[in-house]
Ligand binder design. Structure first.
Ligand code: HEM
Length: 405
């Protein structure tokens, strides 16, 4: 029987695990006609791709633009003005230089200093949850908490947050959506330009009047005597805003879903909040907030007995690798004390997530606060009726109908 991975199938979006398990066993490097690319579901092969930058490039836009019509290419060029500086899409040496700058603002001391702010944002949002009533937890909490934290980090005013979120969503249709989203280039370019101009203004303000914040630090950051250009600064800020927002929202949503479907785990964690450290990593493994990472093959090569050609696209399925039984015992079990837990929810190799400690901290603080405050948490709809995101990048439900009391 031929297995077909179709990311537009709503059932597969909700539960790709069984299909990925069968692919991993029979064809760990699988050609998906729907994606026009290779789908990798085995942990070891996924690692090979992510650590071998010389063969699997993170720069997946340049060749892609060649296939666009002239009109679309002009729109794409506007978006690329900013995207081309996202280090997540760059290869060394440019990637290394940008990452050194970014490490000046994304590091453990900076994140640890956010701990109190995270607790207060979490409590502020939880105070507003109507007790005992049906609520979309995504809109009420998961979306806002990481959004506010990352916006604060970047100096975006809170009253701008809704607008910035809309720009960000529009922009992400360019890279995140599978086919079938109408006018995605126009939407993406509108969003990217609006956000670009907003950040340019912010940079000008901070340059004239520096503050003790990440933007001012990034403006002042020097690597080998060089500073970032304004467009690079905007690119970096956009990337942090996107990278630190929806991913963490999905971590919260996917963790809550895992908890409501495992009441015994919920009780254990409520009674033993100290277990939250390993639990968050298990939630990250069990239903990873990032579905796949894209790479572009730069020279003909072999992977898992398949021949990949220069120019082919590869989708490393983190969700598949994270349930590989060769690495994780009983991978379909949610085991909150799993140790070691070498999941790759934050990627691997040169592009390993720079926000990892912040994401973990946000997850630990938020989930402990939720469990401490609410003794009964239930899903108000059958889990099968909840649609999941139509994205190749982020993975989670589009809404989370919960009742908390
Ligand atoms: C649960 C939350 C998060 C998840 C699952 C996640 C996941 C990832 C993954 C898988 C990558 C690797 C991308 C690739 O190899 O192509 C990555 C990169 C990155 N993430 Fe995260 N992330 C999260 C939260 C954050 C936060 C909170 C921030 C910052 C505030 C952040 C900043 C970044 C940056 C800057 C990169 C690019 C690193 C590079 O290219 O060298 N992430 N993230």
């Amino acid at each position: 029987m031929t297995l077909v991975y179709d990311p537009t199938d709503p059932d597969i979006r909700r539960n790709p695990h069984e299909l990925f398990a069968r692919l991993r066993e029979t064809e760990p490097v699988h050609w998906s006609p729907k994606l026009s690319g290779w789908v990798v579901t085995n942990y070891e092969l996924a690692t090979d791709v992510l650590v071998t930058n010389s063969i699997y490039s993170a720069d997946r836009f340049v060749p892609f633009q060649k296939h666009l019509s002239e009109e679309r290419r002009a729109t794409a060029a506007e978006i690329m003005r900013w995207f081309k500086h996202w280090m997540v899409f760059r290869d060394p040496p440019d990637h290394t230089r940008l990452r050194r700058h970014m490490a000046n603002i994304l590091n453990v001391p900076v994140f640890d200093a956010k701990s109190e702010a995270i607790t207060s944002v979490v409590n502020e949002l939880l105070d507003r949850i109507p007790v005992g009533q049906d609520v979309d937890f995504f809109q009420a909490f998961s979306l806002w908490m990481p959004g506010i934290i990352v916006a604060d980090l970047l100096g975006v005013e809170r009253d701008k947050l809704l607008e910035v979120k809309q720009w960000s969503d529009d922009m992400m249709t360019f890279i995140g959506s599978s086919r079938g989203v109408p006018d995605k280039y126009e939407r993406a370019s509108r969003g990217a330009n609006a956000m670009g101009n907003h950040f340019l203004e912010l940079i000008a303000k901070r340059r004239a009047d520096p503050r003790d914040d990440a933007v001012s630090m990034l403006i002042a950051s020097e690597v080998d005597g060089e500073r970032l250009t304004d467009d690079e600064l905007v690119g970096c800020m956009m990337m942090v805003l996107n990278g630190g927002h929806e991913t963490t929202a999905n971590l919260l949503n996917n963790s809550m879903l895992a908890l409501v479907s495992h009441p015994e785990v919920m009780k254990d964690l409520r009674d033993n909040p100290g277990k939250m450290t390993t639990a968050v990593d298990e939630f990250l493994r069990y239903d990873s907030p990032v579905l796949s990472l894209g790479r572009l093959v730069t020279q003909d090569t072999e992977l898992g007995e398949k021949t990949l050609k220069a120019g082919d696209r590869v989708f490393v399925m983190l969700v598949g690798a994270n349930r590989d039984p060769e690495v994780f015992r009983n991978p379909n079990d949610l085991n909150i004390t799993r140790m070691p837990n070498p999941h790759m929810a934050f990627g691997k190799g040169a592009h390993f997530c720079l926000g990892t400690p912040l994401a973990r901290l946000e997850g630990q603080i938020a989930l402990n606060a939720i469990l401490e405050r609410f003794q009964r948490i239930e899903l108000c709809e059958p889990v099968e009726s909840i649609p999941w995101l139509n994205s190749l990048v982020t993975r989670g439900p589009t809404r989370l109908p919960l009742r908390l009391q």
